[in-house]
Design a protein around this ligand. Structure first.
Ligand code: SF4
Ligand code: SF4
Length: 106
């Protein structure tokens, strides 16, 4: 390495601890707001499922069941793309902290 001119060969190794490690990293701990689903308003368009960057929207038979709070970072993309307002983003402080998983977002 020299000065500020780094290239990819200069990046230190070891940024991935082990294979498939993302499954075990509780990214939900970063969340300050959480999505809450109103199933009565959901029309099963699955836009939230497609757009969620963390694959946190749980579905079965093309219906949204809820949000996986272990991984959900609370980015709000699901609420932003929902055409019916079925997802509300609420402050995490309104929910009991329980290792990040807590209450399902439904
Ligand atoms: S807030 Fe919505 S889009 Fe963002 S990570 Fe959670 S479920 Fe996915
Ligand atoms: S985007 Fe809204 S209406 Fe569509 S599946 Fe998700 S919660 Fe339901």
């Amino acid at each position: 390495m020299s000065g500020g001119n780094w290239n990819w060969q200069d990046v230190p190794h070891g940024t991935i601890a082990w294979s498939a490690s993302a499954r075990e990293v509780e990214t939900g701990l970063w969340r300050s707001v959480r999505p809450v689903l109103d199933t009565g308003k959901c029309v099963s368009c699955l836009r939230c499922w497609v757009q969620c960057p963390d694959s946190s929207v749980r579905t079965e038979n093309a219906k949204v069941l809820g949000i996986d709070m272990f991984f959900c970072k609370g980015c709000g993309v699901c609420a932003a793309v929902c055409p019916t307002g079925a997802i509300s983003m609420l402050p995490e402080s309104e929910f009991q902290r329980g290792g990040g998983q807590g209450k399902e977002g439904e």
